[in-house]
Ligand binder design. Sequence first.
Ligand SMILES: Cc1cc2nc3c(=O)[nH]c(=O)nc-3n(C[C@H](O)[C@H](O)[C@H](O)COP(=O)(O)O)c2cc1C
Length: 218
Amino acid sequence: MADLRRERIDYEADPLLEAEVPSDPFVLFGEWLDDALAAKDQGLLEPTAMTVSTVAHDGDEWQPQARVALLKGYDERGFVFFTNYESAKGREIAANPRVCASFFWMQLSRQVRIDGVAEKISAEESDDYFAIRPRGAQVGAWASRQSAEVANLAELETAYEEADLRFPDDPVPRPPHWGGYVIVPHRIEFWVGRRSRMHDRLVYTHNETRWTVGRLAP
Ligand SMILES: Cc1cc2nc3c(=O)[nH]c(=O)nc-3n(C[C@H](O)[C@H](O)[C@H](O)COP(=O)(O)O)c2cc1C
């Protein structure tokens, strides 16, 4: 087995300084996302991929759950992704809307962590996005009871074929159980990798009406 203890790369990004960052974390996020979107030729192929973490309440225990989802937009409200509202994550959010979304853009030595509360977006906004998805993904949203246990692959394939036949004509309507969430943030941390593990971490915290910036030890 490889000696994982010796697996390491050094990070050497430019410093992240309080005096140089915008007062609005959405502005900084937008700059970083643009950099990530422009880094495909460096191998950054899924710049919008984020890990969305929820807290599941399992019996008497709290159990964190994390999975990747794609960011489909952001605005002054927060960060939008789409999913099945009846999936495990959908049920977890219904019980406890506190979530964390994190991005790791390795080619840029950057990480962003967003703490916030997930809220369903409007049906109209979900319709708008559903309408521009490829037909296969639209049919799949009807066919897949996301997170439910299935007996075998054939069951899923049959469900897809049935959904495909049920909606022979375009446009395929949006299933009521499928739509978007906006993560309304109250804390956003920006991390850049620096030499000797002395990374920079600036954290924006929302206090009633404004954002304040602080620094965390790496
Ligand atoms: C790159 C990537 C992108 C994904 N994007 C989404 C997405 O936007 N929405 C979604 O519901 N699942 C997405 N998934 C699948 C989720 O990671 C997960 O398997 C699924 O949502 C079920 O999660 P749950 O059972 O915790 O609800 C993506 C997975 C990967 C690896």
